[in-house]
Design a protein around this ligand. Structure first.
Ligand code: IMP
Length: 183
């Protein structure tokens, strides 16, 4: 699949992303303004650029932790199994927690991760996703804050990959396959 030739069309500019993060960080700061110390949890690997920019806009006492989950589809049963590949380093009981995700697509990953983290009895738990594809949803889940709603397109850049490529693009672009070159 990734060896099929493709081009990337810009969908959301680096400037638009920065402006949106600044606006979102105001909302997050007013929500968690009284926090003792916020635990900002990045979901690896796609959120690493987003979390880096987001925390630098959050003028709050905070720490950063990471969790890696993987979701495996079962087309026959239209079900998904979400597995935790790397858990948090720290405990979150009684803490304020913000989960940071790159994209909510079917919703299985964030739905599973937020349920798991809630079971650890945090004081407050909120989630933020840079991108949301509501038309793809398979479970009833909505992040508390969303950067941009996008149509059902495969996107890359700003931390998000296509077969581990294109994470280093400063903008969000959509993948467009081009015809194979003639042999
Ligand atoms: P969900 O469990 O279907 O909501 O999956 C969310 C995860 O799927 C994201 O964290 C991404 O890793 C991946 N994903 C969904 N849509 C895209 C896309 O357009 N480009 C790259 N990865 C995507």
């Amino acid at each position: 699949m990734p060896d099929r030739p493709y081009v990337i069309d810009e969908m959301i500019s680096a400037k638009a992303i920065a402006a949106r993060i600044e606006a979102l960080s105001h909302d997050i700061r007013s929500h968690f303004g009284d926090t003792e110390k916020l635990v900002v949890v990045g979901l690896l690997r796609g959120s690493f650029v987003f979390i880096a920019d987001l925390v630098r806009e959050l003028d709050l006492p905070l720490e950063v932790d990471f969790l890696e989950a993987s979701s495996y589809g079962n087309a026959m049963e239209s079900s998904r199994e979400v597995r935790i590949l790397k858990d948090l380093r720290g405990a979150i009981e009684g803490r304020d927690v913000l989960v940071v995700e790159d994209i909510v697509d079917t919703g299985h990953t964030l739905n599973h991760v937020t349920a798991l983290l809630k079971s650890r009895a945090p004081k407050r738990l909120k989630s933020i996703a840079l991108l949301d594809k509501p038309s793809r949803r398979e479970v009833d889940f909505r992040a508390d804050w969303i950067g941009f709603e996008i149509p059902d397109e495969f996107v890359v850049g700003y931390g998000i990959d296509f077969a581990q490529r294109n994470r280093n693009l400063p903008f969000i672009g959509k993948v467009r396959f081009t015809p194979e070159p003639a042999p």
